[in-house]
Design a protein around this ligand. Structure first.
Ligand code: PMP
Length: 376
């Protein structure tokens, strides 16, 4: 067992220790090449092998169908908020985007898309304080929208779609665009419901700087004239993500995380099915402790609580700046790091991504109980 602290950061977030150790071991000389991965040409034999293996493993882990392309890009989630409309909004000259606002990140996506498209808010759970997801049957969808955008896991507000919406059943033929930055690879994905999915790497995958894009092939080739070539999905796909220099070190580390995940076992299961099972157990343990507490509370409706990001707060009279501070200082003293909530909502947040072991959640739950015994 490691002596490293448990790191609950929302991102950049903890990576599997075995991966960090492998990266450290290979830092000066990757597989006898005499080079660090950082020092290799992205077009050389060594890096081509690293990138191809990473893509193959990712496709296998998430069972990505062959009519989807996987792109390794740069720019992160916020850049995709512009890159997606620049590529998709102009399909068939429609320029219409329907956006579901279910938290801070999908709200940002809708705002950015307005610069490139006619955006309609299909549903907005903001007036209720983002405590539940707007039910798909209530969404206002336009028949001629170029796409419908959702964020399938709201990192700040702690809400997760446990099932992707079936747009066809809702009367829309538009492709679904999914920002899955903060729960990609934590669970399986139903690709039959997806047109495009994107994710920044810095939560469940690897270092910041790498963005994954999964795009259905028929959605390539519709970029607006103003779209930078390096962000035109068709250009990137045709060059196998090597149109410009990709974030090579990030792809290498991501590839090691994919191998770690492929080898991950839980009971009879392996890979993403196994990690999903463990994520369900970790989240259940933490939410049960919070629900049983008279000092702490969670505010998200039970059916849409995120398995990855768990915001929690001191209740009522306990919610003072001093007690919040005591909680965080006490956590740090116990080697439980980065539990401070996002500045826009305050309180606390435990991000329990794939790399967080069960022991980390158990240690947090033990601390919640001790804190309650002391102050409750
Ligand atoms: N979308 C989601 C769901 C996120 O959690 C984040 C980052 N926390 C972003 C987008 C923005 O990502 P970036 O900072 O990489 O642009």
């Amino acid at each position: 067992m490691s002596s490293r602290p448990f790191n609950f950061s929302a991102g950049p977030a903890a990576l599997p220790e075995a991966v960090l150790q492998q990266v450290a071991g290979e830092m000066l000389d990757w597989h006898g090449s005499g080079m660090s991965v950082m020092e290799m040409s992205h077009r050389g034999r060594e890096f081509t092998e690293i990138a191809e293996t990473a893509e193959r493993d990712l496709r296998e882990l998430l069972q990505v169908p062959s009519h989807f392309r996987i792109l390794f890009m740069q720019g992160g989630g916020l850049a995709e908020n512009a890159i997606v409309p620049m590529n998709l909004a102009g399909r068939q000259g429609l320029g219409k985007v329907d956006a579901v606002v279910s938290g801070s990140w999908s709200k940002k996506s809708a705002q950015e898309a307005r610069r490139y498209a006619d955006v309609q808010i299909a549903a907005d759970s903001g007036p209720g304080g983002y405590r539940s997801l707007p039910s798909p049957s209530s969404w206002q969808l336009r028949r001629d929208a170029a796409y419908v955008h959702i964020c399938s896991n709201e990192t700040i507000d702690g809400l997760e779609f446990h099932e992707l919406p079936d747009l066809l059943a809702l009367g829309s033929e538009a492709p679904l665009v999914v920002d899955c930055s903060s729960h990609v690879l934590s669970r399986t994905i139903d690709w039959s419901r997806v047109g495009l999915a994107f994710a920044g790497a810095q939560k469940n995958i690897g270092p910041a700087g790498l963005t994954l894009v999964f795009v259905r092939e028929d959605l390539l080739g519709h970029a607006m004239a103003i779209c930078p070539s390096a962000f035109d999905y068709k250009t990137v796909a045709e060059a196998n993500s090597m149109y410009n220099t990709p974030p090579t070190f990030g792809i290498y580390v991501a590839g090691l995380v994919f191998q770690w995940l492929k080898a991950f076992r839980h009971g009879e299961q392996s890979g993403v099915a196994a990690i999903e099972q463990r994520n369900i157990e970790k989240a259940a343990l933490l939410y049960a402790a919070l629900d049983a507490s008279s000092v702490f509370e969670t505010r998200v409706a039970a059916e849409c609580r995120s398995r990855m990001n768990v915001p929690f707060y001191l209740r009522g009279a306990y919610d003072t700046p001093q007690l919040n501070e005591s909680f965080l200082n006490g956590a740090k003293a116990r080697n439980l790091l980065q539990l401070k909530g996002h500045k826009s909502v305050g309180g606390m947040r435990a991000s329990i991504y794939n790399a967080m072991p069960l022991e980390g959640v158990q240690a947090l739950v033990a601390y919640l109980k001790d804190f309650e015994a002391q102050y409750g």
